[in-house]
Design a protein. Sequence first.
Length: 214
Amino acid sequence: MICCCTKGAGAGRFFSHFAKRFRKRYEKHGFDQTQKQMIEGLERVGFKDASLLEIGCGVGFLHQSLLEMGASSATGIELSDTMLDEARKRAQEHGLETRTDYHMGDFVSMGDTLPSADITLMDRVICCYPDADAMVHRSLEKTGRAYVLTIPRNLWYIRLGMAALNFMLLLVRSEFRGYIHNPELIDHWIIQKNYTRQYENTTAVWLTRVYVTG
C-alpha cells in the first residue's frame, strides 16, 4: 500500500507485518470477493495481452494471476519491502519473473519514472492514501485503456468502523491511517478524463468499478 506523505513509512511498516500471512491466505483460498469482482469486470472489457500497472500490489497475487490468465506484463508498486519480497518470490516460483517488474516507493512522487500500462489496478489502495485527488489523477495519466479500483463505500457504519480503526492505530502509536474518500467525486474525476464506467459491484464494505477510456 502507498501513502503520499511522511505517514507512508508508517503504512509500509503496518503492511509489512502481514506479508507472509497475505501470501498464505491467497495460496489457500484464492481471490477474495473484491478481487473476484475486479476479474469479472476485467473479463467484460478484456485484458488479454494487456500490460498491467498495479499500485499497492501487495504480495502480487492479483496481477500475477492475471498474467497467468492472459495479460502480457505487469509493473507492481508497493511501499512495503516485505510485500515486494513475497511478490518477487511468488513470481519466480510461477515462472513470471521476466514478465513482472517491481518498485518500492510513493507512486505519486515516483510516477514519472514508471512505465504507462494498458490497465491500472488499485485494490483497496485509495483508502490508504490521504490525497485521493493526486492518486487518481496521477494514475490516470499512466493508464491507456482500463482503470480498475475498489474503495470503501461511503456509508455510516463504514465511516464509524474507520474511525474506530484509526483510534486503535493511534493508541498503538502506528503512523498508518485509513481514509474514506467520496466515491462519487472519484467517479466524477475519472469520467472527466473521458472514461466511461463499464462495471460496478459491491460488498457490504467495498465498491468495485471498472472504467474504459475512449
